[in-house]
Write a protein that binds this ligand. Sequence first.
Ligand code: ADP
Ligand code: MG
Length: 478
Amino acid sequence: MSETSNLTSVWQAIASSYRMSLKTTEEINRWELHSPQFLTQSLVGSEFRIGVTTEMKRDWFTGLYAKALEETIRAAGLGDGIKVVFEVIKKEETKKTVEVPPVLPVQTNSEKPAPKAPTPRRARVLPSTLPLLENYTFENFVRGPSNSFAHAAATAVAKGLGRTAYNPLFIWGGTGLGKTHLMEAIGHYVMKHNAEASVCYITSETFLNEYVNALAGAALPAFRARYRKYDLLLIDDVQFIVGKKSFQEEFFNTISSLLMYNKQIVMTCDQAPKELQGGLEDRLISRFQQGMVVEIESPSYETRLAILRSKMQARHRLIQDDILNYIAENIRSHVRAIEGALNRVTTFMDVNPDTPLTIEISKYLLKDMIEEEVTIKSITPEAVINAVAEHYGVTVKDIKAPGRTQALVQPRQVAMFLACKLTTDSLPTIGKAFDRKHTTIFYGSQQIQKRISVEADLKQEIGQIVSKLGRQISDVLE
Ligand code: ADP
Ligand code: MG
């Protein structure tokens, strides 16, 4: 790479090779969310510098991408020993440096200067919206008993924008079950059928970051005005604002104002609104509940099979029924895992075009995923509490009791620590199992975390409990 390279096309090449190397939808989603925030690229000596607007982004993106991008640059033959450095740039600099290339779905970032060209009075997609993933449409969404209610509500909202009582529409459920897909499907539908409507898709994390930036740059009125003019505001993963007190007020005002003007809001969350109690203002929770709350559950066997068939067709593949059945039977946790399994077998087919894919090969390819499924399934906060109670010779009721009896503090905190380490549940869900607030769970867990590295006895004790639960001590050490 030389200093005279056309950096736009170099960056385009790097970004698209990196994008191609990603395997999971989670990674792709993350990249598509983040890369539009890489506002400038410059080459200084052997440093490929990427400009972002805040220190938080600089540190966060460095951890996530610096090494991987260096590797991409090297592998693509663009230069050996090039170091990727994220740097904080001033807002004005975004004008001077290289434009962000259109490798990814075009997105204007709120922190970039407004375009010079006259903008129509009502832009289709106003600034700061994140790109919708192309294939997250209703057509590609497989309906089944686990999601039919959510699907019906989502289609009603999309077809009758601003005219249904489902406002806000609150979609909740575990990770990888299709919440984002369904939410974006509403966005796609509205953009296709309603030329006038302005749509914004954003995660609550980005929303919060923009708010913080607006505060710092005294740009709050503009921030407020912008979010209040959408006809459809899609806010993904609202659980992120739990505990962020000062932001909740702003969030409340934004959604209240939109609702007042009959603008549609759709939110997703990994828990039901009532489970957010403690971490979220009550009035916000009641706002969430005021329209329609729908849950997406884990798909049944039939739905898993239907999803597999649909994804297989989308990829123009033919996989034998016994293999599809095997995947549907064994990968149960969530749809993203089902896709992951399908990816494994199709990759095998690509790499070995002459070897027929058999059930034996599939079993081999999916072995670790299936083992993981078994462990994901089996450990719940309740199982942890039982094991801990048994180990210390106390009852489950003792562990859940509200008091602070000294003798129960350690068993209780150990149970909290293990529930955090060994289950995939969120803190509020774990909190429910203990009849306590999520902050208490966090605190209790931290106490053990601190002690375990210095107290050999405690570590050994915990090791015994962990092995009763079918795991190893290394699973709970950082
Ligand atoms: P969540 O937001 O709930 O974590 P996503 O919406 O990101 O989950 O879905 C994870 C993956 O599973 C996506 O690739 C999505 O397309 C797919 N998916 C989930 N549910 C369905 C469904 N019912 N039909 C087809 N694909 C689905
Ligand atoms: Mg999601």
